[in-house]
Design a protein around this ligand. Structure first.
Ligand code: SF4
Ligand code: SF4
Ligand code: SF4
Length: 215
């Protein structure tokens, strides 16, 4: 775990894990830079100077949908994705259908058919194909926000799929800007979104990028 003033970033052991769908190392310093710019520790001290609890904005990054870093309960979470596609002659061996835990592949007598609704973009079928004719058509991050435990637990919700690093940075800036504008006592982002409304939050994200408010 990486700790900084007013924030933490949980990072999965992606480089040592064969399940990784993304190389997450490059995005970590970018996240850290945006979080440091937001001066969250000063922000928490300014809105809740008497607080005994140490507030932290919680970020989690996982390189695949197994989400070992509990991305679903983070304020801002990233999940690596890898979209499979056929790029060669399939021999209809059925291995990809067998390994898919989501029932998202059906192999006919010529090729595999993917069900995009069910597919988690984990890349398991790509790695398993004995003919290596399945390849990643795209890679990127699923971006989730507002997860938390505590008195009123809630799972994080998706705001973007297959995001590249620049998009992730832009989204984190906007999410922090929303958080610092509407957070009153150091409550978690999920609580703030719940109070202000999901629609308001989403329209805030659609606005042109702006600086994170200074304290
Ligand atoms: S989230 Fe995926 S890539 Fe990261 S440690 Fe867990 S299984 Fe491995
Ligand atoms: S990427 Fe994962 S979920 Fe999607 S079809 Fe392949 S194994 Fe199934
Ligand atoms: S594992 Fe590869 S060769 Fe076998 S059915 Fe799937 S795509 Fe075709």
């Amino acid at each position: 775990m990486i700790k900084g003033p007013g924030f933490e970033i949980r990072v999965c052991r992606s480089s040592a894990c064969p399940m990784a769908a993304m190389e997450i190392e490059p995005v970590i310093p970018l996240l850290k830079e945006v979080l440091e710019e937001a001066r969250l520790e000063e922000f928490f001290a300014s809105i809740a100077p008497q607080a005994r609890k140490k507030f932290r904005f919680r970020v989690a990054v996982a390189a695949c949908p197994n989400a070992c870093t509990q991305v679903q309960i983070a304020d801002f979470g990233l999940v690596g994705q890898m979209v499979p596609t056929l790029a060669g002659d399939c021999v209809s061996c059925g291995v990809c259908e067998e390994v898919c835990e989501e029932g998202a592949v059906t192999v006919n007598d010529r090729w595999p058919l993917f069900d995009a609704e069910r597919c988690l973009n984990c890349g398991l079928c790509i790695r398993a194909c004995p003919k290596q004719v399945l390849v990643p058509e795209a890679r990127g991050y699923r971006v989730l926000v507002g997860g938390k435990l505590g008195r009123h637990p809630q799972l994080a919700r998706e705001i973007r799929s297959l995001a590249d690093e620049a998009t992730v940075v832009e989204l984190l800036r906007k999410v922090l800007s929303f958080y610092k504008t509407f957070c009153r006592r150091g409550e978690r982002l999920g609580t703030v979104i719940q109070r202000e409304g999901w629609e308001k939050f989403c329209s805030f994200l659609r606005e042109p990028a702006q600086d994170v408010p200074s304290n």
